[in-house]
Design a protein around this ligand. Structure first.
Ligand code: GTP
Ligand code: MG
Length: 173
């Protein structure tokens, strides 16, 4: 890892946001460590995930910032977004309110984030289709209207997780 750090061509900062319980921390741990926790605790403040990836012969160190969805656990907003090149906006397909709140998160992102940040809308928990409250098409239409990339994922089943992160990271490099 140390050797990789010295030879790393780029540091890529990305932020992951969305309501509490949508699966932000599990998406990150699935991507960076291939780990999933059914009993994960709400995030307090900010946590970090790292993953070294190779894109077209460039070595990139992805630094992924994970923040609390719960307002009372959130850290200062402006520093969270500073320098971020990518953002992942996450909702839970089984809870309509988390999709409705995407508007609020997008507003915060546009207020504090870099103008040319790559934003991907992620509809998580696709494995729970029997209790689905948000159709895939609704997410897609919203993303198109707002000019965002879109993907349905399952951190539990490891579906589209790597694809979603890589889409966000490789568009830039
Ligand atoms: P905060 O830190 O409070 O903002 O929440 P979070 O968005 O980080 O959610 P977290 O990753 O802690 O996941 C919340 C719950 O959802 C946990 O019980 C996870 O096991 C579960 N979960 C996360 N992703 C999935 C998924 O893809 N499918 C299913 N079925 N459960 C998931
Ligand atoms: Mg969390």
């Amino acid at each position: 890892d140390d050797i990789f750090d010295e030879e790393c061509d780029y540091l890529f900062k990305a932020v992951v946001i969305g309501d509490s319980g949508v699966g932000k921390s599990n998406l990150i741990s699935r991507f960076t460590k291939d780990e999933f926790r059914i009993d994960s605790k709400p995030t307090i403040g900010v946590e970090f995930g790292y993953k070294n990836i190779k894109v077209r012969d460039k070595l990139i160190k992805a630094q992924i910032w994970d923040t609390a969805g719960q307002e009372r656990f959130r850290a200062i907003t402006s520093s969270y977004y500073r320098g971020a090149l990518g953002a992942m906006l996450v909702y839970d397909i089984t809870r309509l309110s988390t999709f409705v709140n995407i508007k609020k998160w997008l507003h915060e992102l546009r207020e504090f984030g870099n103008e040319d940040m790559v934003i991907i809308l992620v509809a998580n928990k696709s494995d729970l289709s029997h209790s689905r409250e948000v159709e895939k098409e609704e997410g897609k239409v919203f993303a198109e209207k707002e000019g965002l990339c879109f993907m349905e994922t399952s951190a539990l089943q490891n579906l589209n997780v790597e694809e979603a992160f890589l889409q966000m990271i490789t568009i830039i490099h």
